[in-house]
Design a protein around this ligand. Structure first.
Ligand SMILES: N[C@@H](CCC(=O)N[C@@H](CS)C(=O)NCC(=O)O)C(=O)O
Length: 212
């Protein structure tokens, strides 16, 4: 049975799940979530898809979960890919996924939204600057960790990489410039050169140009 991923192209959180599915080789298909027309806020979405009112959501037969980290864990369980080979590695991967979800992707996603998708009259420069300050700390932590490393944990791609990259390939400006962070830049290039890698807008339906 084909796995379904409720997602949309602009969502870096959905990208983490979609990229894990794509690179795992599992059979999957996207189901478009019309986020920008309020789909995730409808009672129907909350009742039938996800009570948390978020994308991504994975449905595989009678199994369903949301949260990109949980979806990645499911992909690992099902495909045997992107997990650790031992307990220490598994916890190290989990540690980076949780860090990403809290400190990197949630702030990057919010900042990108504030800078690009919120109507201009609602964009608050102080809020944006505050978030960009927090992000700078996060980029620095990741960039330092990647010094002398090809991947975040161990010697191959894991869910730590697939999580932390979630918002870092998007073209919309939100204060992240790859040139400022050479180890992150090289790591993003390395990941994008893996067979099967796709850009978020090529992997999932939904693109800012749809609303232009
Ligand atoms: N921690 C969640 C975050 C998911 C999330 O915030 N998704 C956004 C789209 S990128 C969403 O659906 N937001 C709906 C809302 O806030 O109303 C994950 O990693 O999956």
């Amino acid at each position: 049975m084909t796995i379904k991923l409720h997602c949309f192209g602009e969502s870096g959180n959905a990208y983490k799940a979609a990229l894990a599915l794509e690179l795992s080789g599992l059979e999957w298909e996207p189901v478009f979530v019309d986020f920008f027309n309020g789909a995730t806020r409808t009672p129907q979405y909350r009742a039938e898809i996800n009570e948390m009112g978020e994308a991504p959501v994975l449905i595989d037969g009678d199994f369903r979960t949301s949260q990109s980290g949980a979806i990645q864990a499911y992909v690992t369980e099902k495909s045997g890919k992107f997990g650790g080979k031992d307990r220490d590695k598994n916890y190290e991967i989990l540690r980076w996924v949780l860090w990403d979800n809290h400190k990197l992707s949630s702030t990057a996603g919010m900042t990108r939204f504030l800078c690009n998708f919120l109507p201009e009259e609602h964009r608050n420069p102080d809020v944006i600057a505050f978030n960009q300050g927090r992000l700078k700390v996060a980029y620095d932590i990741l960039n330092s960790h990647l010094e002398g490393r090809d991947w975040i944990v161990g010697d191959g791609i894991t869910n730590a990489d697939l999580s932390c990259c979630g918002y870092l390939y998007y073209p919309e400006p939100f204060g992240f410039d790859r040139a400022d962070w050479p180890n992150i830049d090289a790591w993003l290039t390395r990941l994008s050169e893996q067979p099967g890698w796709k850009h978020p807008y090529d992997l999932m339906p939904g693109n800012p140009s749809d609303r232009a």
